[in-house]
Ligand binder design. Structure first.
Ligand code: HEC
Length: 156
């Protein structure tokens, strides 16, 4: 390889590495950031496919979480009445200090933000699941989860 090619490649690597770490830093913890839903995401929610959301829940969440009213805690806390709950506050579940002290309340915006990158949204959380990248998949999942509440949240 020519020397210029090597230098060019190195530069490209450096630039992409710094962009990557910049990207990571952009995700602030929920204790410092109040997320809002984008219009695009609101549209996805309004058109959500609840059956697909249920499939995602069954595949990715149900091994640790129960969402039914008559259910309870598993490896993860009971998700019935999640909306409106202060993070880390369900009775009789042993949360991480990180979750207990993160200070936010679960609503569509905080849940969407958390499920995008759980480790960045609540650093130190004990939930062994990194996140769901695709907006549409998250929107379907949220639409499914909304149903399992005494007072289901209204669509934004
Ligand atoms: C490997 C097990 C596991 C999987 C898979 C998992 N979770 Fe969790 N989840 C946990 C644990 C453990 C906690 C408690 C985290 C803590 O205390 O830091 C938790 C916490 C949560 C909380 C916070 C609840 C509260 O009371 O504050 C939400 C919301 C949540 N999970 C949703 C989900 C969803 C939705 C999925 C599927 C996309 C999922 N989890 C997948 C184990 C899991």
């Amino acid at each position: 390889m020519k020397r210029n090619t090597v230098i060019g490649l190195l530069m490209a690597l450096l630039i992409s590495a710094s962009f990557a770490s910049f990207g990571e830093k952009m995700i602030k913890p929920l204790s410092e950031h109040k997320p809002v839903l984008s219009d695009t995401f609101k549209t996805l929610l309004a058109n959500a496919d609840v059956a697909k959301g249920e499939m995602t829940f069954m595949r990715k969440c149900s091994s640790c979480h129960d969402q039914q009213q008559e259910g309870g805690h598993g490896k993860g806390p009971h998700l019935w009445n999640l909306f409106g709950r202060k993070a880390g506050s369900a009775m009789d579940f042993e949360y991480s200090d990180a979750m207990r002290s993160s200070g936010h309340t679960w609503d569509l915006a905080t849940l969407n933000y958390y499920l995008t990158r759980t480790d960045a949204a609540v650093p130190g959380r004990s939930m062994n699941f990194r996140g769901i990248r695709r907006d549409k998949v998250r929107a379907n999942l949220l639409a499914f989860l909304m149903q399992f509440n005494d007072n289901p949240p209204a669509l934004p």
